[in-house]
Design a protein around this ligand. Structure first.
Ligand code: ADP
Length: 399
Protein backbone atom coordinates (compact mmCIF):
# COMPACT_ATOMS: atom_id res chain seq x y z
CA UNK A 1 0.00 0.00 0.00
CA UNK A 2 1.51 3.34 -1.03
CA UNK A 3 0.31 6.57 0.54
CA UNK A 4 0.23 9.30 -2.08
CA UNK A 5 -0.86 12.17 0.11
CA UNK A 6 -2.21 13.03 3.49
CA UNK A 7 -4.40 16.01 4.45
CA UNK A 8 -5.67 17.07 7.87
CA UNK A 9 -9.38 17.89 7.94
CA UNK A 10 -9.90 20.82 10.26
CA UNK A 11 -12.28 23.26 8.54
CA UNK A 12 -14.12 24.10 5.30
CA UNK A 13 -10.91 25.24 3.61
CA UNK A 14 -9.64 21.67 3.90
CA UNK A 15 -12.72 20.45 2.07
CA UNK A 16 -11.62 22.46 -0.96
CA UNK A 17 -8.09 21.04 -0.66
CA UNK A 18 -9.40 17.46 -0.22
CA UNK A 19 -11.65 17.69 -3.28
CA UNK A 20 -9.02 19.33 -5.47
CA UNK A 21 -6.27 16.92 -4.51
CA UNK A 22 -8.53 13.86 -5.01
CA UNK A 23 -9.29 15.14 -8.52
CA UNK A 24 -5.60 15.70 -9.21
CA UNK A 25 -4.62 12.18 -8.07
CA UNK A 26 -7.24 10.75 -10.43
CA UNK A 27 -5.97 12.96 -13.22
CA UNK A 28 -2.29 11.98 -12.68
CA UNK A 29 -3.29 8.28 -12.63
CA UNK A 30 -5.07 8.73 -15.96
CA UNK A 31 -8.69 8.20 -14.79
CA UNK A 32 -11.47 9.58 -16.92
CA UNK A 33 -13.07 12.86 -15.87
CA UNK A 34 -16.23 10.99 -14.80
CA UNK A 35 -14.33 8.48 -12.62
CA UNK A 36 -12.13 11.04 -10.95
CA UNK A 37 -15.14 13.26 -10.25
CA UNK A 38 -16.95 10.30 -8.69
CA UNK A 39 -13.95 9.55 -6.48
CA UNK A 40 -13.44 13.19 -5.45
CA UNK A 41 -17.17 13.65 -4.71
CA UNK A 42 -17.30 10.55 -2.50
CA UNK A 43 -14.22 11.77 -0.62
CA UNK A 44 -15.78 15.23 -0.19
CA UNK A 45 -19.06 13.74 1.14
CA UNK A 46 -17.28 11.91 3.97
CA UNK A 47 -14.78 14.72 4.58
CA UNK A 48 -17.65 17.21 4.91
CA UNK A 49 -19.28 15.12 7.64
CA UNK A 50 -15.96 14.83 9.51
CA UNK A 51 -15.34 18.58 9.26
CA UNK A 52 -18.88 19.43 10.32
CA UNK A 53 -18.50 17.64 13.66
CA UNK A 54 -14.77 17.60 14.41
CA UNK A 55 -11.49 19.32 13.63
CA UNK A 56 -9.32 16.23 14.09
CA UNK A 57 -9.96 14.32 10.85
CA UNK A 58 -7.31 13.03 8.45
CA UNK A 59 -7.62 12.01 4.84
CA UNK A 60 -5.08 9.72 3.21
CA UNK A 61 -5.16 8.85 -0.47
CA UNK A 62 -3.45 5.57 -1.24
CA UNK A 63 -2.88 3.07 -4.00
CA UNK A 64 -2.97 -0.58 -2.96
CA UNK A 65 -2.33 -3.80 -4.82
CA UNK A 66 0.29 -5.58 -6.88
CA UNK A 67 1.25 -5.37 -10.49
CA UNK A 68 -0.89 -5.43 -12.60
CA UNK A 69 -3.96 -5.00 -10.31
CA UNK A 70 -4.16 -1.81 -8.30
CA UNK A 71 -6.94 0.10 -6.51
CA UNK A 72 -7.22 3.72 -5.48
CA UNK A 73 -8.33 4.26 -1.89
CA UNK A 74 -9.28 7.11 0.41
CA UNK A 75 -9.08 6.64 4.20
CA UNK A 76 -10.77 9.12 6.43
CA UNK A 77 -10.31 8.85 10.19
CA UNK A 78 -11.69 11.07 12.92
CA UNK A 79 -12.84 11.06 16.55
CA UNK A 80 -16.24 12.38 17.54
CA UNK A 81 -18.68 12.26 20.48
CA UNK A 82 -21.48 12.36 17.93
CA UNK A 83 -22.76 8.88 17.08
CA UNK A 84 -22.68 8.13 13.33
CA UNK A 85 -24.13 5.31 11.31
CA UNK A 86 -23.27 4.06 7.86
CA UNK A 87 -26.73 5.12 6.73
CA UNK A 88 -26.17 8.78 7.68
CA UNK A 89 -26.39 11.19 4.81
CA UNK A 90 -22.70 11.82 3.93
CA UNK A 91 -21.72 8.18 4.15
CA UNK A 92 -24.85 6.98 2.37
CA UNK A 93 -24.08 9.02 -0.78
CA UNK A 94 -20.39 8.18 -0.72
CA UNK A 95 -21.28 4.49 -0.63
CA UNK A 96 -23.58 4.94 -3.56
CA UNK A 97 -20.77 6.52 -5.55
CA UNK A 98 -18.07 4.02 -4.47
CA UNK A 99 -19.55 0.62 -3.58
CA UNK A 100 -16.14 -0.55 -2.30
CA UNK A 101 -16.90 1.20 0.99
CA UNK A 102 -16.30 0.18 4.62
CA UNK A 103 -17.43 2.01 7.71
CA UNK A 104 -15.81 1.16 11.07
CA UNK A 105 -16.74 2.68 14.41
CA UNK A 106 -14.91 1.82 17.61
CA UNK A 107 -16.06 3.96 20.52
CA UNK A 108 -15.52 7.55 19.40
CA UNK A 109 -13.08 6.60 16.62
CA UNK A 110 -14.35 6.33 13.05
CA UNK A 111 -12.47 4.87 10.09
CA UNK A 112 -13.99 5.09 6.62
CA UNK A 113 -12.37 3.39 3.66
CA UNK A 114 -13.54 3.72 0.09
CA UNK A 115 -11.93 2.78 -3.16
CA UNK A 116 -12.15 1.82 -6.79
CA UNK A 117 -10.21 -0.59 -8.98
CA UNK A 118 -7.77 0.97 -11.44
CA UNK A 119 -8.08 -0.31 -15.05
CA UNK A 120 -5.07 -2.32 -16.30
CA UNK A 121 -5.00 -0.05 -19.30
CA UNK A 122 -3.52 2.69 -17.07
CA UNK A 123 -0.35 0.52 -16.87
CA UNK A 124 0.35 1.34 -13.22
CA UNK A 125 3.51 -0.08 -11.69
CA UNK A 126 5.63 0.64 -8.60
CA UNK A 127 7.90 3.15 -10.33
CA UNK A 128 4.88 5.13 -11.57
CA UNK A 129 3.51 5.18 -8.02
CA UNK A 130 6.84 6.40 -6.67
CA UNK A 131 6.79 9.23 -9.22
CA UNK A 132 3.19 10.05 -8.28
CA UNK A 133 4.08 10.28 -4.60
CA UNK A 134 7.07 12.45 -5.38
CA UNK A 135 4.84 14.72 -7.47
CA UNK A 136 2.43 15.32 -4.57
CA UNK A 137 5.28 15.64 -2.03
CA UNK A 138 6.60 18.61 -3.99
CA UNK A 139 3.44 20.06 -5.43
CA UNK A 140 2.92 23.82 -5.01
CA UNK A 141 0.27 24.80 -2.44
CA UNK A 142 -3.23 25.24 -3.87
CA UNK A 143 -3.75 28.54 -2.12
CA UNK A 144 -2.40 30.72 0.71
CA UNK A 145 -4.30 28.59 3.21
CA UNK A 146 -2.56 25.38 2.17
CA UNK A 147 0.80 27.17 2.12
CA UNK A 148 0.41 28.37 5.71
CA UNK A 149 -0.84 24.96 6.75
CA UNK A 150 2.23 23.24 5.28
CA UNK A 151 4.52 25.70 7.04
CA UNK A 152 2.70 25.15 10.34
CA UNK A 153 2.91 21.42 9.98
CA UNK A 154 6.68 21.67 9.39
CA UNK A 155 6.95 23.94 12.42
CA UNK A 156 4.93 21.51 14.55
CA UNK A 157 7.15 18.67 13.43
CA UNK A 158 10.27 20.65 14.37
CA UNK A 159 8.80 21.63 17.74
CA UNK A 160 7.92 17.99 18.37
CA UNK A 161 11.45 16.90 17.54
CA UNK A 162 12.91 19.58 19.79
CA UNK A 163 10.63 18.61 22.66
CA UNK A 164 11.68 14.99 22.22
CA UNK A 165 15.34 16.01 22.29
CA UNK A 166 14.85 18.13 25.44
CA UNK A 167 13.07 15.21 27.11
CA UNK A 168 15.90 12.84 26.20
CA UNK A 169 18.50 15.28 27.53
CA UNK A 170 16.57 15.74 30.76
CA UNK A 171 16.38 11.98 31.26
CA UNK A 172 20.09 11.64 30.56
CA UNK A 173 20.84 14.44 33.02
CA UNK A 174 18.71 12.77 35.67
CA UNK A 175 20.56 9.49 35.16
CA UNK A 176 23.91 11.31 35.39
CA UNK A 177 22.85 13.02 38.63
CA UNK A 178 21.69 9.72 40.08
CA UNK A 179 25.02 8.13 39.13
CA UNK A 180 26.97 10.97 40.77
CA UNK A 181 24.90 10.66 43.93
CA UNK A 182 25.38 6.88 44.20
CA UNK A 183 29.07 6.95 43.18
CA UNK A 184 29.99 9.66 45.71
CA UNK A 185 28.30 7.78 48.56
CA UNK A 186 29.92 4.49 47.54
CA UNK A 187 33.34 6.18 47.43
CA UNK A 188 32.98 7.86 50.82
CA UNK A 189 33.07 4.70 52.97
CA UNK A 190 36.27 3.07 51.61
CA UNK A 191 38.05 6.44 51.55
CA UNK A 192 37.15 7.06 55.21
CA UNK A 193 38.44 3.59 56.13
CA UNK A 194 41.77 4.05 54.26
CA UNK A 195 42.18 7.49 55.82
CA UNK A 196 41.53 6.13 59.32
CA UNK A 197 44.06 3.28 58.90
CA UNK A 198 46.65 5.71 57.53
CA UNK A 199 46.17 7.95 60.56
CA UNK A 200 46.50 4.97 62.88
CA UNK A 201 49.74 3.88 61.19
CA UNK A 202 51.11 7.42 61.39
CA UNK A 203 50.64 7.30 65.16
CA UNK A 204 52.94 4.24 65.35
CA UNK A 205 55.87 6.20 63.90
CA UNK A 206 58.48 4.57 66.19
CA UNK A 207 57.82 1.17 64.72
CA UNK A 208 58.91 1.79 61.14
CA UNK A 209 61.68 3.44 59.11
CA UNK A 210 61.71 6.99 57.69
CA UNK A 211 61.12 5.55 54.22
CA UNK A 212 57.85 4.00 55.35
CA UNK A 213 56.96 7.28 57.10
CA UNK A 214 57.46 9.16 53.81
CA UNK A 215 55.25 6.67 51.97
CA UNK A 216 52.57 7.01 54.65
CA UNK A 217 52.71 10.79 54.33
CA UNK A 218 52.08 10.52 50.56
CA UNK A 219 49.29 8.01 51.13
CA UNK A 220 47.68 10.40 53.59
CA UNK A 221 47.90 13.34 51.17
CA UNK A 222 46.46 11.40 48.25
CA UNK A 223 43.64 10.04 50.41
CA UNK A 224 42.80 13.60 51.46
CA UNK A 225 42.61 14.59 47.77
CA UNK A 226 40.35 11.62 47.05
CA UNK A 227 38.17 12.51 50.00
CA UNK A 228 37.87 16.13 48.75
CA UNK A 229 36.78 14.86 45.34
CA UNK A 230 34.18 12.53 46.85
CA UNK A 231 32.84 15.41 48.98
CA UNK A 232 32.72 17.69 45.94
CA UNK A 233 30.78 15.03 44.03
CA UNK A 234 28.35 14.79 46.93
CA UNK A 235 27.96 18.57 46.99
CA UNK A 236 27.22 18.66 43.24
CA UNK A 237 24.59 16.01 43.77
CA UNK A 238 23.12 17.94 46.73
CA UNK A 239 23.00 21.16 44.68
CA UNK A 240 21.06 19.33 41.98
CA UNK A 241 18.60 17.93 44.49
CA UNK A 242 18.34 21.36 46.17
CA UNK A 243 19.49 19.84 49.47
CA UNK A 244 22.71 21.73 50.19
CA UNK A 245 22.19 22.89 53.77
CA UNK A 246 23.85 25.60 55.85
CA UNK A 247 24.53 26.06 59.52
CA UNK A 248 24.52 29.84 59.75
CA UNK A 249 26.34 31.44 62.68
CA UNK A 250 27.69 34.91 63.38
CA UNK A 251 31.35 35.07 62.34
CA UNK A 252 33.93 37.76 63.06
CA UNK A 253 35.36 37.86 59.57
CA UNK A 254 38.92 39.00 60.19
CA UNK A 255 39.75 36.38 62.83
CA UNK A 256 38.02 33.73 60.69
CA UNK A 257 40.17 34.78 57.72
CA UNK A 258 43.38 34.70 59.79
CA UNK A 259 42.66 31.20 61.12
CA UNK A 260 41.67 29.80 57.73
CA UNK A 261 44.65 31.34 55.94
CA UNK A 262 47.09 30.03 58.58
CA UNK A 263 45.63 26.57 58.04
CA UNK A 264 45.80 26.84 54.25
CA UNK A 265 49.32 28.34 54.24
CA UNK A 266 50.70 25.05 55.52
CA UNK A 267 48.97 23.21 52.66
CA UNK A 268 50.26 25.64 50.01
CA UNK A 269 53.74 26.15 51.45
CA UNK A 270 55.14 26.65 47.93
CA UNK A 271 53.39 30.01 47.47
CA UNK A 272 53.79 32.96 49.74
CA UNK A 273 50.40 34.26 50.84
CA UNK A 274 50.16 38.02 51.44
CA UNK A 275 47.16 39.05 53.47
CA UNK A 276 45.67 42.52 53.78
CA UNK A 277 42.54 42.58 55.88
CA UNK A 278 40.36 45.68 55.87
CA UNK A 279 38.01 46.94 58.57
CA UNK A 280 36.50 44.08 60.61
CA UNK A 281 32.85 43.06 60.47
CA UNK A 282 30.43 40.33 61.48
CA UNK A 283 28.82 38.14 58.84
CA UNK A 284 26.18 35.45 59.13
CA UNK A 285 27.58 32.40 57.37
CA UNK A 286 28.28 28.70 57.55
CA UNK A 287 32.00 28.65 58.57
CA UNK A 288 32.69 25.26 56.99
CA UNK A 289 31.15 26.31 53.67
CA UNK A 290 32.98 29.66 53.73
CA UNK A 291 36.22 27.81 54.42
CA UNK A 292 35.40 25.55 51.47
CA UNK A 293 35.14 28.58 49.16
CA UNK A 294 38.46 30.02 50.39
CA UNK A 295 40.12 26.60 50.10
CA UNK A 296 38.89 26.33 46.50
CA UNK A 297 40.01 29.84 45.48
CA UNK A 298 43.37 29.61 47.21
CA UNK A 299 43.89 26.05 45.96
CA UNK A 300 43.20 27.22 42.37
CA UNK A 301 45.47 30.27 42.77
CA UNK A 302 48.29 27.93 43.80
CA UNK A 303 47.45 25.23 41.24
CA UNK A 304 47.27 27.55 38.23
CA UNK A 305 50.38 29.62 39.18
CA UNK A 306 54.03 28.71 38.99
CA UNK A 307 55.55 27.60 42.30
CA UNK A 308 56.89 30.49 44.40
CA UNK A 309 54.52 33.03 42.84
CA UNK A 310 52.87 35.00 45.66
CA UNK A 311 49.12 35.00 46.21
CA UNK A 312 47.32 38.00 47.69
CA UNK A 313 44.20 37.90 49.82
CA UNK A 314 42.39 41.14 50.63
CA UNK A 315 39.14 42.12 52.27
CA UNK A 316 37.34 45.46 52.03
CA UNK A 317 33.98 46.81 53.10
CA UNK A 318 31.66 48.54 50.64
CA UNK A 319 31.14 52.27 51.08
CA UNK A 320 27.76 51.93 52.78
CA UNK A 321 29.08 48.99 54.79
CA UNK A 322 26.40 46.56 53.66
CA UNK A 323 28.79 43.98 52.24
CA UNK A 324 32.37 42.80 52.43
CA UNK A 325 34.40 41.84 49.37
CA UNK A 326 37.07 39.16 49.60
CA UNK A 327 39.62 39.00 46.78
CA UNK A 328 42.09 36.23 45.99
CA UNK A 329 44.69 37.30 43.42
CA UNK A 330 47.37 35.23 41.73
CA UNK A 331 50.04 35.92 39.15
CA UNK A 332 49.49 32.67 37.30
CA UNK A 333 48.37 31.61 33.85
CA UNK A 334 45.18 33.72 33.77
CA UNK A 335 42.20 32.98 31.53
CA UNK A 336 40.85 33.90 28.12
CA UNK A 337 37.62 35.93 27.84
CA UNK A 338 35.63 32.89 26.61
CA UNK A 339 36.83 30.85 29.57
CA UNK A 340 35.81 33.51 32.09
CA UNK A 341 32.20 33.28 30.88
CA UNK A 342 31.93 29.61 31.75
CA UNK A 343 34.22 28.74 34.67
CA UNK A 344 31.36 28.76 37.20
CA UNK A 345 29.48 26.14 35.13
CA UNK A 346 29.31 22.57 36.38
CA UNK A 347 32.29 20.42 35.26
CA UNK A 348 33.68 23.22 33.07
CA UNK A 349 37.47 23.38 32.71
CA UNK A 350 39.53 25.54 30.36
CA UNK A 351 40.98 23.54 27.50
CA UNK A 352 44.52 24.70 28.27
CA UNK A 353 44.48 23.02 31.70
CA UNK A 354 42.77 19.71 30.93
CA UNK A 355 45.95 17.77 30.16
CA UNK A 356 48.35 19.71 32.38
CA UNK A 357 46.51 20.24 35.71
CA UNK A 358 44.38 17.74 37.64
CA UNK A 359 40.79 18.64 38.47
CA UNK A 360 37.15 17.95 37.64
CA UNK A 361 35.70 21.44 37.31
CA UNK A 362 33.45 21.22 40.37
CA UNK A 363 35.08 23.66 42.82
CA UNK A 364 33.94 26.97 41.32
CA UNK A 365 30.47 25.63 40.55
CA UNK A 366 30.03 24.68 44.23
CA UNK A 367 31.66 27.93 45.46
CA UNK A 368 29.34 30.07 43.35
CA UNK A 369 26.32 28.20 44.73
CA UNK A 370 27.54 28.63 48.33
CA UNK A 371 28.13 32.35 47.81
CA UNK A 372 24.80 32.98 46.11
CA UNK A 373 23.04 31.01 48.88
CA UNK A 374 24.70 33.40 51.36
CA UNK A 375 23.25 36.36 49.45
CA UNK A 376 26.58 37.30 47.85
CA UNK A 377 28.15 37.42 44.38
CA UNK A 378 31.25 35.82 42.91
CA UNK A 379 33.17 36.91 39.80
CA UNK A 380 36.60 36.93 38.25
CA UNK A 381 38.88 39.35 36.46
CA UNK A 382 41.75 37.85 34.55
CA UNK A 383 44.43 38.58 31.97
CA UNK A 384 45.91 35.60 30.09
CA UNK A 385 49.53 35.08 31.09
CA UNK A 386 49.35 37.65 33.87
CA UNK A 387 47.02 36.22 36.50
CA UNK A 388 43.53 36.22 37.91
CA UNK A 389 41.59 37.88 40.72
CA UNK A 390 38.58 36.10 42.14
CA UNK A 391 36.17 38.26 44.14
CA UNK A 392 33.21 37.33 46.26
CA UNK A 393 30.93 39.35 48.50
CA UNK A 394 29.03 38.46 51.66
CA UNK A 395 26.35 40.68 53.19
CA UNK A 396 27.52 42.30 56.45
CA UNK A 397 25.49 41.39 59.51
CA UNK A 398 27.04 43.97 61.85
CA UNK A 399 30.09 46.23 61.58
P1 ADP B 1 39.20 22.46 38.74
O1 ADP B 1 40.29 23.37 39.24
O2 ADP B 1 39.09 21.20 39.50
O3 ADP B 1 39.30 22.25 37.28
P2 ADP B 1 37.35 24.62 39.37
O4 ADP B 1 35.86 24.60 39.28
O5 ADP B 1 37.91 25.03 40.67
O6 ADP B 1 37.79 23.15 38.97
O7 ADP B 1 37.88 25.56 38.23
C1 ADP B 1 37.32 25.50 36.93
C2 ADP B 1 38.31 25.96 35.88
O8 ADP B 1 38.57 27.36 36.02
C3 ADP B 1 39.67 25.31 36.00
O9 ADP B 1 39.69 24.05 35.35
C4 ADP B 1 40.57 26.33 35.31
O10 ADP B 1 40.50 26.15 33.91
C5 ADP B 1 39.91 27.66 35.65
N1 ADP B 1 40.54 28.34 36.83
C6 ADP B 1 40.08 28.36 38.09
N2 ADP B 1 40.86 29.11 38.86
C7 ADP B 1 41.84 29.58 38.08
C8 ADP B 1 42.98 30.45 38.31
N3 ADP B 1 43.24 30.95 39.50
N4 ADP B 1 43.78 30.72 37.24
C9 ADP B 1 43.52 30.22 36.02
N5 ADP B 1 42.47 29.40 35.74
C10 ADP B 1 41.64 29.09 36.77
Amino acid sequence: MKEILDISLENEMDLVVAHRRSMQVGERLGLTVATRTTFATAVSEVARTAIEYTDNGRLSILVAGKFPRYSLFAHIVFDSDQVFRESDEGFFYAKKLLPDFTFNASGHAYVIEMGLGLPRSLKIDDSKLALLKDYFDHIAPLNAYEEIKKKNSKLNQLTGEQEEEIKMRRELDEKKSEFISVASHELKTPITVVKAYTQMLKLLKNEYSDKVAAVLEKLDMQTTKLSTLAHQLMDVSRIEKGSLQYDLVEIELNSFMQETITLLSSVHAGNQINVKLGEGCLVKADPLRLEQVLTNLLGNAAKYSPRNMPIRIETSLSENKDRVTIAVTDRGMGMSRDGIERIFDKFYRLEEVTSSHPGLGMGLYISSKIISDHGGKIWVESVPGEGSSFFFTIPIHKV
